[in-house]
Design a protein around this ligand. Structure first.
Ligand SMILES: *Cc1c(COP(=O)(O)O)cnc(C)c1O
Length: 223
């Protein structure tokens, strides 16, 4: 944790201003995450509901908390008061539930639709075909508690740069297909979240405007 401020500033120096850096703080304790806050970082990503809530309550209120993990339906209500962007909407059912809970809480919550392109079968999300299919049938008036801002995705966990690049381009294409198609009249559909510690520069080359970086800022996680 010695040089968290230094890691953040070198990442920022490598990113165009138009790219949002989400500091992925999952599994790191509040005192460590505060080092990033003190360095000026205000956007943080968490992958577990309980941890997001605990950190949101313990840390300054001008932080934007993003949820980036698989969100269990029974945890949605817990995070609604604290979350500014749910990046990992991986099913129509979850989208509808988040909308219902947001309405119940008197909020509109920004969300991203998770696109699955990676080789691994265990990853959650819509395939690009499922995404287009869903978005063309979906009546946005039926989900007044959410504002869909874009897509989130991950590349395959492989060493092959060509495969990683292809995955990122597929995610960016899925975004474009929605932005030029079913989401053309939606407004504020503007976010492509892709890129992690080991692949974020390539993700930005492929069109990402939001990167989610944990290890390079905070070091290895202890699970
Ligand atoms: C943990 C996580 C990250 C951060 O990964 P690093 O390799 O530590 O940068 C990014 N995105 C998601 C969805 C994650 O779960």
């Amino acid at each position: 944790m010695e040089n968290i401020a230094g890691h953040i500033s070198s990442i920022k120096a490598s990113l165009p201003d138009s790219v949002t850096l989400v500091a992925v703080s999952k599994f790191h304790p509040v005192d460590v995450v505060m080092k990033a806050y003190e360095a000026g970082q205000r956007v943080f990503g968490e992958s577990r509901a309980t941890e997001l809530k605990q950190k949101a309550l313990a840390m300054p209120s001008d932080i934007e908390w993003h949820f980036i993990g698989h969100l269990q339906t029974n945890k949605v209500r817990m995070i609604i008061p604290y979350v500014s962007l749910i990046q990992s909407i991986d099913s129509e059912r979850l989208l509808r539930l988040v909308s219902d809970e947001a309405v119940r809480a008197g909020r509109v919550v920004d969300v991203l639709l998770q696109v699955h392109v990676a080789k691994e079968e265990t990853k959650f999300g819509f395939t690009p075909e499922e995404l287009i299919d869903f978005a063309s049938k979906w009546d946005r008036n039926s989900t007044p508690g959410v504002r869909v801002r874009g897509v989130m995705g991950m590349a395959s966990n492989v060493d092959d740069d060509n495969r990683i690049r292809r995955d990122f381009l597929d995610i960016a294409d899925a975004f474009k297909a929605l932005a030029d198609g079913p989401m053309a009249d939606a407004g504020a559909f503007d976010t492509i979240s892709m890129g992690m510690s080991h692949d974020y520069l390539m993700a930005v080359e492929c069109g990402s405007n939001m990167v989610r970086i944990g290890t390079t800022i905070f070091g290895e996680r202890e699970y």
